[in-house]
Design a protein around this ligand. Structure first.
Ligand code: NA7
Length: 539
């Protein structure tokens, strides 16, 4: 063993998606030794794994881009208003090459455990292949929607056809031509995929448990005018995005209640947003969609009417019109021809709320009431063990041997969504308790990484090497996150935000919904006060 190999890293970065990649960029510039460990055979995280037909970002490309380099922004051209998965993956790979980050990245490496050593104050990480990595700090950039979840249906192993989860889609793609295909789930993923599968399959059966609200994307080739304008006012747009709830620029912050305007005016406004495309504009029409049931209902009913107008069969339209949850309380979906797809002769919608899926059979699928569907392929668009899944899969232990999974048995506890009491020098990017999933992801990723890197610089400049939240600061943050959520309609929905899709998962509303502006202010204030709520030490 050479002395070089034995020297611990300053920072181990787990996961090289958009978060891990940017962390590596910043850490190198700070002069720290850092290495990224990525389970995939390529970088990109979400955009590496989710290769299902129609996979696309539901935030406009000009917004969903790194902001740390104006040169990068100016030289990269997004071909469409909303980028497809292959284009985003190209972008991520371009960034890795452009900033020479690959030499710090180790692919095909899954971290199985991370234990903090009380004696040496180092994190020891072990890969599934038995490699041992030691590092002073550990940054978990493991993603929020990175642990695919297939419900444990009986009989799946005896299915004679082929089945896929959207989050582990075959790299060579899937040709459904001439097949009877079943799609299970109607979340954002299914809603993107269904129109494309319908064009290939001989018959497509969609098994829906909960109808979702979806708005038209109005995707189009990139408008050169908009691109020019965006580039010209780049810095200004970034500052603008920072003042908002979701971290997306160019959308005025709403100041009015939906109930304060006459119904005709409200309707005109909704129509305009429906025509404009995107989810953020509609969500920002009025300031009380997510706090007032009555206000929310005005937008919900508007979208239901649209669905009834598009879908010709009234029974199917009624099934597709969501009724059980406020609009926006589950992730609002964005589509290209989703509702229209149900007008096709080769597409059937099956309600599996009134009649649950009982089992997968060798020939297809059977509902509890006895109805059977013959299928050649099944695509599970059944989501992820969101927000905590990837962290729970790693055996993470603090200095006294406490497992993170145990510390979080009742739901995730964090300080600012960045760190956990009892787990020194372990950072998370867009962790539970941060606005991550409730914002433009790259915006939050950059803010988190910047905060972490500045924190490490602060520690170094003072000869310190250990940071950990105080339990009381963590408890206060958790209480604040809950309090903010409880003022909204978010906790009303059975969404992955509350872990409702995973049987047995504690029902806790995980994201911080106070908006990126308030969150950033809080993080900056904490740092300015000498990392208030944290214990800093020299080992
Ligand atoms: P989601 O949004 O978690 O959607 C999963 C879907 O699968 C949803 O419609 C579920 O219905 C359905 N589902 C899950 N389990 C079952 C069972 N057992 N039976 C029937 N239907 C089931 O995942 P997505 O991949 O679409 O989107 C994840 C995020 O990625 C998205 O929000 C964007 O941020 C990007 P349910 O609603 O639980 O009744």
């Amino acid at each position: 063993e050479t002395p070089m190999a034995a020297a611990p890293l300053d920072v181990a970065v787990v996961g090289v998606g958009l978060g891990g990649l940017y962390a590596l960029y910043r850490l190198r510039r700070l002069g720290l030794t850092a290495r990224g460990y990525e389970a995939g055979s390529g970088i990109g995280g979400t955009w590496f794994w989710n290769r299902y037909p129609g996979a696309r970002c539901d935030i406009e490309s000009l917004e969903y881009s790194y902001s740390f380099s104006e040169a990068l922004q100016n030289e990269w051209h997004w071909p469409e208003r909303y980028a497809t998965q292959p284009v985003i993956l190209d972008y991520i790979n371009h960034v890795a090459d452009r900033f020479d980050l690959r030499r710090d990245i180790q692919l095909n490496t899954r971290i199985a455990s991370a234990h903090h050593g009380a004696a040496d104050g180092l994190w020891t990480l072990r890969t599934t292949e038995g490699e041992v990595i030691r590092a002073r700090y550990c940054i978990m950039a493991t993603g929020n929607l990175s642990t695919p979840r297939v419900p444990d249906f009986k009989g799946i192993q005896d299915f004679r056809g082929k089945w896929y989860h959207t989050g582990l889609w075959p790299h060579e793609g899937v040709d459904f031509t001439g097949q009877r295909v079943g799609v299970i789930g109607t979340g954002s993923t299914a809603i993107q995929m269904i129109p494309l599968i319908a064009e290939q399959a001989s018959h497509l059966t969609v098994f829906q448990r909960t109808a979702n609200f979806s708005l038209p994307a109005r995707n189009a080739p990139m408008d050169p005018e908009r691109e020019r304008d965006h580039r010209a006012r780049y810095a200004e747009r970034l500052l603008d995005a920072r003042q908002t709830a979701f971290g997306v620029s160019g959308i005025p912050i709403p100041t009015q209640s939906a109930l304060a305007v006459p119904p005709e005016e409200r309707r005109r406004n909704y129509e305009a947003m429906w025509e404009r495309g995107g989810t953020i504009p509609l969500l920002n029409c009025y300031n009380d969609f997510l706090t007032s049931e009555e206000a929310n209902e005005t937008a919900a009913e508007f979208v239901r009417e649209k669905i009834r107008g598009i879908v010709k069969d009234p029974e199917t339209a009624e099934l597709l019109a969501p009724k059980g949850h406020p609009i926006g309380s589950k992730r609002l979906c964005l589509d290209s021809g989703y509702y229209e797809t149900f007008n096709r002769d080769n597409v059937t919608l099956v309600d599996v709320r009134s009649d649950l899926i009982a089992e997968i059979t060798p020939a297809g699928l059977r509902l509890a009431g006895g109805r059977e569907y013959a299928l050649d392929s099944i695509a599970f668009a059944t989501g992820f063990d969101a927000m905590t899944g990837a962290l729970r899969e790693i055996d993470i232990r603090g200095p006294d041997g406490e497992a993170l999974a145990d510390a979080w048995a009742g739901g995730p506890l964090t300080y600012l969504g960045l760190m956990v009491a009892g787990f020194p020098n372990l950072f998370m990017i867009t962790g539970p308790g941060s606005p991550g999933v409730k914002s433009q992801m790259i915006h939050s990723i950059e803010q988190h990484v910047d905060w972490i890197v500045e924190c490490l610089a602060h520690l170094r400049s003072r000869g310190l090497s250990r940071i950990e939240p105080r339990p009381e600061a963590q408890a206060a943050w958790v209480a604040h996150v809950n309090e903010v959520a409880d003022r909204t309609l978010y906790p009303r929905a059975n969404s992955w935000y509350v872990g409702a899709n995973i049987p047995g998962k504690p029902r806790v509303f995980m994201p911080y919904v106070g908006g990126v502006a308030a969150y950033r202010r809080r993080c900056e204030e904490v740092a300015a006060k000498g990392y208030e709520g944290f214990v800093l030490a020299d080992r």
